[in-house]
Every structure is written in structure tokens, then in C-alpha cells.
Design a binder for this molecule. Structure first.
Ligand SMILES: Nc1ncnc2c1ncn2[C@@H]1O[C@H](COP(=O)(O)OP(=O)(O)OP(=O)(O)O)[C@@H](O)[C@H]1O
Length: 237
């Protein structure tokens, strides 16, 4: 109670951004408790386990959307559509073949895994950007990850795969698991993903690749970059 004013000092602003034009102090503190509870839920705990902490009284879920989902949907769909159309018209035959294979799987929710392989500068990035624009123009989620921070910088909305999927950094083996609680907001977002584009996947430890391809959260990922990666259930393009 003693520190609540300091902990919640930016929440009045956030509530105003959500349409509550004059939030009372009680609303601000209650919203703060709700956010604390959300953070604890991400690690499988809850405020109820920490008496005498008060519990939130209002249902703030209707107000506070999942920030992971909001981030992935925060694209201007009309702009994405225009960018998709520009690129789609320019695809050459091979690129169009790869694009069509992936988009059929995405649209029909087939959950296939593809590897796109080719020499440097042959237009692999061009294809996956076209896929991304199409998916985002439909209001769907395209996750872009890369095995290195530098490669992730080149992707729109890109993150490193370790950061996105909480992949263990050390001691990877065939029983390793990603540190994602299935009740977390990150897991909720992953369950809604339509396509995952994974640049430079061949740089990844083989246990990461084989586990992600059977992970129930993941419907599809789509590898770009030179190299000869193989997987029993991947289609090579
Ligand atoms: N169909 C196309 N029409 C016009 N420009 C294209 C087309 N395909 C690729 N390009 C251009 O060619 C250049 C190289 O393409 P891109 O970066 O997609 O290759 P890449 O295979 O991903 O290369 P790397 O393996 O080095 O990452 C880029 O400037 C891209 O805009």
C-alpha cells in the first residue's frame, strides 16, 4: 500500500488511453493490481498467493488486451495490402511458386513446414516479405524471427528466436523445453499465429529445429537463407 502511488504513477495515463477519461485513484490502483496479477500469471502464480495483497475488484480484461497480440496486429492493413500488391506483381516464376505453396498452407491452416533455400541475392527475402504483407493485410499474425540479432533487425517486427520462443541458451538436448507457460499471454499469442518466418534457421541448434516443428503452438515456420537444412516433415522449396 505504501508504494502503490509510485508503482502506479503512469497508469492513469494508460487508462485515459483506453477511454477512461477521468480515472479515480481507486481505479488506478485496482488496474495496477490487475497488471501485477497478469505478470504473476505469466509465471504460473497469482496475487491470491500473496496475502495480504488486495485483489483487483474490477474485470480489467475487457480493457487490457493482450499486448503480445496487440503488437502483432498493430499494422495498417490497407498499407500492407498496397505493399503486398506491389511485390506480388514483381515475383518471378520461382518466387511465385514458393509464395503460392506457403500461402495455400497458411490459408487452409495446414500447418506445413517449408525450407526456402537458394544462393545469396536470389530473392528469398523478397518472397517472405510478400508473404508477410499478405498475412498482415488480412489481419492475421506473421511472426518474424531470426537466429541472430543482426538478421532480426532486417525483418519488420523481427525478434531473435531465443527471445521470442524463450529457447534455453545452454544445455540444449532432446528433452529441452521452451520456458513458455501455456497459460501466459505469450502462449495465447503463439496459438493465434498464422505463419512464422524464421530467417537463418540453419544457424540454430538441431534440437531447437526439431522441437519447434512439433510444438503444438506452432503451425508453420518458413526458413530463409542459404544452407542445406533437412527435416522429416519439411517441404523444400
Ligand atoms: N522479383 C523481384 N523483383 C524485383 N526485385 C527483386 C525481386 N526479387 C528480389 N529482388 C531484389 O533483389 C535484391 C536481392 O533480393 P533478396 O534480398 O530478397 O535476396 P536474398 O536471397 O534474400 O539474399 P540473401 O541470401 O543475401 O539474404 C533485393 O534488392 C530485392 O529487392
Amino acid at each position: 500500500m505504501q508504494f502503490r502511488h509510485h508503482i502506479c504513477d503512469d497508469l492513469a495515463y494508460r487508462l485515459r488511453a483506453h477511454g477512461i477519461s477521468h480515472p479515480t485513484d481507486e481505479q488506478v490502483y485496482d488496474y495496477g493490481l490487475h497488471l501485477l496479477d497478469n505478470i504473476l500469471h505469466d509465471s504460473g502464480r497469482s496475487l491470491e498467493e500473496f496475502p495480504p495483497m488486495p485483489l483487483p475488484q474490477d474485470d480489467w480484461n475487457v480493457l487490457a488486451e493482450n499486448p503480445f497480440i496487440a503488437e502483432q496486429l498493430n499494422y495498417d492493413r490497407d498499407r500492407e495490402r498496397v505493399q503486398w500488391a506491389e511485390r506480388f506483381d514483381q515475383l518471378n516464376d520461382d518466387q511465385r511458386h514458393a509464395y503460392n505453396q506457403v500461402m495455400v498452407s497458411v490459408e487452409q491452416n495446414e500447418g506445413q513446414v517449408f525450407f526456402l533455400n537458394g544462393p545469396g541475392g536470389t530473392g528469398k527475402t523478397f518472397v517472405y516479405r510478400t508473404v508477410c504483407h499478405k498475412v498482415r493485410s488480412e489481419g492475421w499474425i506473421a511472426l518474424c524471427v531470426a537466429s541472430s540479432g543482426v538478421a532480426a533487425l532486417l525483418l519488420k517486427g523481427g525478434r531473435t528466436s531465443h527471445s521470442m520462443f524463450k529457447i534455453p541458451v545452454q544445455g540444449l538436448c532432446d528433452t529441452s523445453t521452451c520456458a513458455i507457460n501455456k497459460q501466459s499471454r505469450l502462449a495465447d499469442m503463439l496459438r493465434r499465429v498464422n505463419v512464422i518466418i524464421w530467417d537463418e534457421v540453419v544457424m540454430q541448434n538441431r534440437f531447437v529445429v526439431s522441437h519447434m516443428s512439433i510444438c503444438p503452438y506452432i503451425q508453420i515456420y518458413y526458413q530463409m537463407g542459404p544452407g542445406g537444412c533437412r527435416s522429416h516433415n519439411a517441404r523444400h522449396l
